[in-house]
Design a protein. Sequence first.
Length: 377
Amino acid sequence: MVQLSPTTHRSLLEMEGGLRDIDASPPGNLAVTKDFASKRIGAFYDAARLQLLATWARHSPRHLLQFHMANTVSGVLEEWCDYAPGIVALRLCEGVSVGEEIIDRREALEPAAFKMLRTDSLDFKKLIKGRALDFSCVSGAKIQYLRPLFNARDPSSVRGKQEMFDLLQKLNSEVSKLDEFRVPEVFLEACSVFTSELIRNTQEHATKDCYGRPYIEHVEGLLISWTQLEGEAYERDFQGHPRLREFWTRETGAEHGQPLRSLQVSFFDTGPGIAGRATGRDLADIPPAVERDALLRSLKKNASTKRETGAGNGYPEVLERLRQVGGLMSIRTGRLRVFQAFSPNEQRDVFAFDDWADELLAPATGTVVSIILPIRR
């Protein structure tokens, strides 16, 4: 049985190890700690943990999240219904076991209803915990289409650029109460286009498998955090490529041991992955070179599969802003994690993505697109 805890699966390298363990194991229950899903490290890492849990759930349908008997059922459910990684895992799995007691997923998700209400009403005081918050669109929920992201309770009613910009401005103003940093408005404008397009795209493509068959269970959304990373474990995650090492060293002033302070935004879905939906083929039937080519072609301007005229400009806009300010984008999908990292005003093709590491990764469910915008005083 695969076992996950925040002490053994905290860094990207450790979570990639968890994905390899899941891929190499037969379907089965997953042993987890009560705090594994609710730990808030930052949107970049929290989304990676979410994807790890989603991958297990897709790999092991009709199996349980398993907790030690020393826990209480109420304590477990309160923790796991409080943040997107736990909500995603509960929606996709069969339920939980605490010692000998088994709770099916419908009952296990009941505490999440209160969180969805707070999110729908944008109750910042109760939503922001650990300088992080999440917007999760859970299939089958009474409030699946959250008002901050949708104009109506309908998948086709994703809010447009201006409405997303208004939402991001509200978040920016709220965070400025906690930190002296404010996100540049030009970046918020680009991010609002990106947010609208990605959420619309997930509603159209991440709710079906690579063959176009609808999923019964799926979750899409985003996580946002204003946080800092420090320590050897996180530094090691940025050592797999020279440009990653340069980014980490520049933004932490490595010789001074400063933390990486950043705004992090991660968009997630539990769909078939970018290459899967682009090719209409199962990941196991796609050679690695074909998968990488399909991924990179899907990112480029006007490569969008969305039906709206003029769609497909989100990636170029946000990448250009990241190039200007010196930021990073990471995309984890299928067996790949690619990235784009810039120093401020670097003259570099925004679509010149590199692989985060040399080796082919274990397959991961869905797609996670993460943005890291350094906070510089």
